[in-house]
Design a protein around this ligand. Structure first.
Ligand code: F6R
Length: 612
């Protein structure tokens, strides 16, 4: 939610900031703004995308070696020019950009109003800029740093902020609590951003700010402190992201690129973990907590959205092979319902971004209650992997399209590896079956490639049903969460209403919706529920519904029943979720394109939900 960038150095700040904002636009895209500092501060901001901001600034003075930029996902106040960031304090002393939410902004605002302040915008960020200024002006001989520190001690909520001060034009102040902030270290220059993607083309050396930390940064010096003013030694990390991975690389959209990257992404998830030669699956990141997992009375999986769907697939696999009871919960529900957790519980938190506020809060709650918490996360160095006791990175590479695709298959890959590794360790899988499963997993990338080769067929089907108002997705067992994921993908990027259901539940209600205008996507691969799903297809056909079936290659029975079939290669049941989701991702993508929707930046959404 919201992307922030900053620069202090000797180069022109503007090109660095505008490019950085484009990289971060997936985090929010309803308005954008930039402040450039060249002795004095000039601020430009407007409603719309970063490209609108670029047009707006085209003929303005863009000079300055220091600056900050913001791309917004509105929380307080509608998207408009005034609510866009940066926010300048009433008397012009402080310029602030902010990602997060100041929860007590209303109380602070009332106090400031009673002290003579007035407000132009409806944002919580303007409250912060005025609060810093009020403290600065009312205390004698105070530095900008001290004013920021005092102001932050009064703030309740989450923030990643950058602050510039009128009286100290050679510094930028960064602070973090709950919302991510990364600082890149160049040669006599520093870069700031909500994640590392705007920084990689300038430097690979970064400092990830931790909660409660602030950095006071000059061109050639960085001082790291706690908000309580204790000086800290910065921990410098080298980032491992290459520039190609954050470019579209000839694809029309990041989402399409990320769908097609899945064979490679899954290979990267396997790398060093699944070995046919050594007949072994091993997740080194879990080594120190393995005894805890093996003795766990229960595993609780938490996540949001697509990550929650991956967790549901994980539930089937972990129960089947590890034989440990599993519950899957929305992180946002779990954290607010005083859950019963004991030291015998293991919690698996799944998150692509590693920054989802509800998942982070749920992790903290589980830890407080004594559970062992494992993270399954894509973004290296994000808050969730740093908050958990142990974890497994998915290594799918940067995911920039707002609709999650390769992150989902990478998460399911990790959970599948986990289930098989535990199943073998706990004696539930014999050597022969284990080898069969390792082979099946190793074949997933090439089998996904075979499905991707059918993209022309899938596009034709998508074009035919692009004007439908509703879609139903059906699946059974571990394929039910895949149906949920298919429905979510369609909703979020094409704005068509869609629902996922366990196939057998259809007759308990949703069947009433079926008529000749209703496409029903049925995942009907050959497994132990196959016959039952065939019956479900017949039920849909009997009511004149349109059936698009995802079938095992060579299936003739369903070919004769369904309106369309998309084949997936044969494989062990445990890996079919990884295959069956691919056509669903492509259906959504092509429908959204045919409806002229903004695939990578769907309305109202943002990639990383750092608000609660
Ligand atoms: C859907 C989607 C979201 C995310 C959810 C959790 O395509 O991207 O539903 O899955 O916001 O995000 P992470 O995984 O970053 O915690």
């Amino acid at each position: 939610m919201c992307g922030i960038v900053g620069y202090i150095g000797h180069k022109d700040a503007y090109p660095i900031l505008i490019k950085g904002l484009k990289r971060l636009e997936y985090r929010g895209y309803d308005s954008a703004g930039i402040a450039l500092i060249n002795g004095k501060t000039r601020t430009y901001k407007c409603k719309g995308k970063v490209s609108d901001l670029e047009t707006f600034i085209a003929n303005q003075d863009k000079s300055g070696n220091i600056g900050m930029g913001h791309t917004r996902w509105a929380t307080h106040g509608e998207p408009n020019d005034v609510n866009a960031h940066p926010h300048i304090s009433e008397n012009g002393y402080f310029t602030v950009i902010h990602n997060g939410i100041i929860e007590n902004y209303d109380t602070l605002k009332k106090e400031l109003i009673s002290n003579g302040y007035s407000f132009k915008s409806e944002t919580d960020t303007e409250v912060l800029s005025n609060l810093i200024e009020y403290i600065f002006l009312s205390k004698k001989e105070i530095t900008a740093e001290k004013a920021v520190r005092y102001a932050l001690s009064k703030v309740i909520g989450a923030y990643g902020i950058l602050v510039a001060a009128k009286d100290e034009t050679n510094i930028l102040i960064a602070a973090r609590k709950g919302s991510p902030l990364v600082i890149g270290i160049g040669h006599n220059e520093y870069f700031f951003a909500s994640d590392a993607t705007p920084i990689v083309e300038h430097t690979k050396s970064v400092i990830y700010l931790d909660d409660g930390q602030m950095a006071i940064v000059e061109r050639d010096n960085l001082m790291l402190k706690t908000i309580q003013n204790d000086v800290l030694k910065p921990e410098v990390t080298e980032i491992d992201i290459n520039i190609e991975s954050i470019e579209k690389d000839g694809y029309d959209h990041f989402m399409l690129k990320e769908i097609f990257e899945q064979p490679i992404a899954i290979k990267d998830t396997f790398r060093g973990r699944v070995s046919k030669r050594h007949q072994r699956i091993y997740l080194g990141g879990l080594h120190k907590v393995l005894p805890k997992i093996n003795n766990a009375k229960r595993i609780i999986i938490i996540g949001c959205g697509t990550s929650w769907h991956a967790g549901l697939v994980g539930e089937y696999l972990l129960e089947e092979y590890a034989r440990i009871p599993v519950e899957v919960e929305y992180a946002s529900e779990f954290r607010y319902r005083n859950p019963i957790i004991t030291e015998d519980d293991v919690v698996i938190a799944i998150s692509q971004s590693g920054e989802t506020a509800d998942t982070l809060a749920a992790i903290k709650l589980a830890k407080e209650k004594g559970a062992t918490v494992i993270g399954v996360c894509n973004v290296v160095g994000a808050s969730i992997p740093r908050e958990t006791h142990a974890g497994v990175y998915t290594h799918a590479g940067p995911e920039i399209g707002v609709a999650s695709t390769k992150a989902f298959t990478a998460q399911v890959t990790v959970l599948t590896m986990m289930a098989l590794m535990l199943g073998r360790e706990r004696g539930n899988i014999d050597a022969k079956l284990y080898m069969e499963m390792i082979t099946a997993m190793s074949n997933v990338p090439k089998n996904i490639t075979k499905i991707l080769e059918q993209s022309d067929l899938i596009k034709k089907i998508a074009d035919k049903y692009k004007d439908a108002s509703n879609f139903l997705y059906l699946g059974r067992g571990a394929l039910f969460p895949v149906a949920l994921e298919g429905a979510l993908k369609l909703k979020e990027i094409s704005y068509i209403h869609a629902e996922g259901y366990p196939a057998a539940e259809m007759k308990h209600g949703p069947i009433a919706l079926i008529d000749e205008k209703m496409p029903v996507v049925v995942i009907a691969t050959k497994d132990k529920s196959y016959e039952k799903v065939v019956t479900n297809i017949q039920e849909v056909k009997a009511r004149k519904g349109v059936v698009i079936a995802i079938v095992t290659e060579g299936d003739q029975i369903i070919k004769n029943l369904a309106n369309h079939v998309i084949e997936v290669p044969k494989g062990h049941d445990s890996i079919i979720p990884l295959l069956a989701v691919i056509p669903l991702q492509l259906i959504s993508y092509y429908i959204a394109v045919a409806r002229d929707c903004n695939v990578d930046q769907p309305r109202n959404l943002a990639k990383s939900v750092t608000v609660e």
